[in-house]
Design a binder for this molecule. Structure first.
Ligand SMILES: N[C@@H](CCC(=O)N[C@@H](CS)C(=O)NCC(=O)O)C(=O)O
Length: 202
């Protein structure tokens, strides 16, 4: 059985949890206690050299980096969450890169400030808001005509955005999100999936 090392509140762990649930992969979550700094000490740093979560151990095969883990888990499940055609796979990779570069770092500024209470300067939040609005405008284009980022099937690219779509509406970014109805509709569809509701505890 897949051993997952992470925290149920960590955004990156949540991507892996959703992938595990969407693929019906049996797993065991081993909670890494941040308060005890377990993420920065052995045995965790042998699994994840940067002292971060998540990491998995699949029968002795250890893997870290949430997006790589999601790809691996999907591949193990007959690539359930990856499109079959070359061009659709390329589009999935494109939107995953957008999540990694244009969404996650900026969304985390709001999440640090408003959810985890790690204060960010106003200028940092303003810059993050501008970057996120640019990303939401880009995401709106495919979402105007299809339910998911790549056609009509959930892929890893959608899953990657989920932790941010769950938490940003609890911050002042809600006002920005409201300017992008296709993003809001996509977010609602994803947030209502049974798998995500389980992760979010709803
Ligand atoms: N690129 C890594 C990022 C992992 C990451 O930033 N994890 C956070 C929790 S979501 C963490 O462990 N933070 C603690 C730290 O950096 O000390 C991934 O996608 O797995």
């Amino acid at each position: 059985m897949i051993q997952l090392y992470g925290s149920p509140f960590s955004t990156c762990t949540r991507k892996v949890l959703m992938t595990l649930l969407e693929t019906g992969t049996p797993y065991q979550l081993n909670v890494i206690d941040f308060a005890q700094r377990e993420h920065k000490t052995e045995p965790h740093v042998s699994r994840q050299p940067f002292g971060q979560v998540p990491a998995i151990d699949d029968d002795g095969f250890v893997l870290f980096e949430s997006r790589a883990i999601c790809r691996y888990l999907s591949a193990k499940a007959n690539d359930a969450l990856v499109p079959t055609s070359l061009r659709e796979r390329a589009l999935m990779d494109q939107w995953s890169s957008v999540e990694q570069s244009n969404v996650s770092p900026h969304a985390m500024k709001f999440i640090y400030h408003y959810v985890f209470k790690r204060a960010q300067e106003d200028a940092v939040l303003d810059a993050a808001r501008a970057s996120l609005e640019l990303a939401f405008a880009a995401l709106s284009k495919p979402l105007a005509t299809q339910p998911f980022l790549v056609g009509d099937k959930l892929t890893i690219a959608d899953i990657g955005h989920m932790p941010y779509l769950e938490l940003l509406p609890t911050t002042p970014m809600q006002a920005s999100l409201d300017k992008f109805p296709h993003v809001v509709a996509w977010s609602s569809r994803l947030r209502e999936r049974e798998t995500w509701r389980k992760i979010a505890g709803r």
